[in-house]
Design a protein around this ligand. Structure first.
Ligand code: NDP
Length: 240
């Protein structure tokens, strides 16, 4: 049996209350899955199981999974999407800026994958998707912490692929380019124009375009794809 079979699945999208995560959650809801979303402030899309869970807290992650298991059954699809930035140049970057970003983006994803894998191993199937970034592969001045956290997800996904593959569990990375969300709203119009000029498609991506890649990877047609890094970046990072 594959993870799909077109039966509704228990899906968890972290950071599902806004931006890219909200679009991903909405796409799973639209295809009839049982979708849980987590965030620190709540407010997930209608029809989702909306849970408050800070992914820097392992006990809170465990509690959220227990709630999802009660309401929707074991998580079959995990989309580790929640992420933060704390941008500044290396010499100005504090230990706190470094640790907060690593703890959320990388260690948070580790906590989620570890907890999700328990149920997936029992089910003998599962799909894990980490939302990384083009920046994890290209690097970015002022984002040493963020780029390191996003690059780390690639090594994690590929190690999970080797550990869990024999149980029909896939682990992949989606690496978005620039997408219009709260995260990029802090950029000035001038910075946005400069970025657009570097993107072969000359525009930002939409949250829905990221969601489409996640749906493919976790759906019937993505069943033989694992340990992959799928860029959805308008060509910005090609070759990496
Ligand atoms: P947003 O800033 O719009 O959303 C971030 C999400 O993460 C929110 O739902 C937020 O919810 C949640 N979150 C942050 N910290 C925590 C935490 N400690 N525990 C639980 N939830 C948390 O970002 P985007 O939608 O733009 O980004 C989503 C993902 O895509 C991120 O991993 C980002 O790095 C990645 N990405 C984004 C790009 C872009 O251009 N926008 C480009 C490449 C990658 P709350 O604040 O309520 O906790």
């Amino acid at each position: 049996m594959t993870v799909t079979d077109n039966e509704p699945r228990s899906v968890l999208v972290t950071g599902g209350n806004r931006g890219i995560g909200r679009a991903i959650a909405g796409a799973f809801l639209a295809q009839g899955d049982r979708v849980a979303v987590t965030s620190r402030s709540g407010g997930g899309p209608e029809g989702s199981l909306d849970l408050v869970c800070d992914i820097t807290d392992a006990a809170a992650v465990d509690e959220a999974f227990s709630r999802i298991e009660e309401e929707h059954g074991p998580v079959e699809v995990l989309v580790a999407n929640a992420g933060v930035t704390a941008d500044t140049l290396l010499l100005r970057m504090s230990e706190e800026d470094w640790s907060r970003v690593i703890d959320t983006n990388l260690t948070g994803s580790f906590r989620l994958a570890k907890r999700a894998s328990k149920g997936m191993l029992r089910l003998r199937r599962g799909r894990i998707v980490f939302i990384s970034s083009v920046v994890g592969l290209l690097g970015s001045a002022g984002q040493v912490n963020y780029a390191a956290s996003k690059a780390g997800l690639v090594g994690m996904a590929r190690s999970l692929t080797r550990e869990l593959g024999s149980r029909s569990i896939t682990a992949n990375v989606v690496a978005p380019g620039f997408v219009d969300t709260d995260m990029t709203a802090v950029l000035t119009d001038e910075q946005k124009d400069t970025i657009k000029q570097q993107v072969p498609l000359q525009r930002y991506g939409t949250p829905e375009e990221i969601a489409a890649a996640v749906l493919w990877l976790t759906g019937e047609h993505g069943g033989y794809v694992t340990g992959a890094v799928i860029p959805v970046d308008g060509g910005l990072g090609m070759g990496h």
